[in-house]
Design a protein around this ligand. Structure first.
Ligand code: ZN
Length: 164
């Protein structure tokens, strides 16, 4: 797998900087995946006022569930918390660019925004290999902000695969 990241901007980045603290939470969540042998991907679902509604980390190995990606788990937990499948105004923050399944789930949930760290050049569906999230044929298209703490997010993944 190839996890691309952006070069650092020299100064403040008004688009990405506001999401750094949430991405640090997602990185901590991702680290919880490793003990079960799962690839460290972590997600945080924020409500309209950026309060944390739910978190999730990859549990595919832990649960033997092919759909147990961090994003899907966070979406399900947030919807259960709200008692509502429409996550209007919410933001999903995730350490790795979502795959096709998760991009589809994000569109279905009506989240306002997807914020991710590292690009996934091999399977990313939010701009790298596909851009499902912003496909103009869909009537709901979340905003996408990529490259938040991209170096840290990419490093967590490359460290995991190097240690295997
Ligand atoms: Zn996924």
């Amino acid at each position: 797998m190839i996890y691309e990241h952006h070069t650092h901007h020299p100064g403040p980045d008004p688009v990405r900087d506001p999401w750094r603290d949430s991405m640090r939470l997602a990185l901590q969540e991702a680290a919880l995946a490793v003990s079960a042998g799962d690839v460290p991907v972590g997600a945080v679902l924020l409500g309209p006022d950026r309060e944390v509604l739910a978190t999730g980390h990859n549990e595919r190995e832990a649960t033997g569930d092919p759909t147990a990606h961090a994003e899907v788990l966070a979406l399900r937990r947030a919807a259960a918390e709200l008692g509502e499948w429409r996550l209007n105004g919410c933001t999903l923050v995730v350490t790795l660019e979502p795959c096709v399944m998760c991009a589809g789930a994000l569109v279905q949930s009506r989240v306002a925004r997807v914020v991710y760290g590292a690009d996934d050049e091999k399977a990313g569906a939010a701009g790298s290999l596909w851009d499902l999230v912003r496909d103009r044929r869909l009537n709901h298209r979340p905003e996408v902000i990529r490259g938040v703490l991209a170096d840290e997010c990419a490093r967590q993944l490359t460290d995991f695969f190097r240690d295997l």
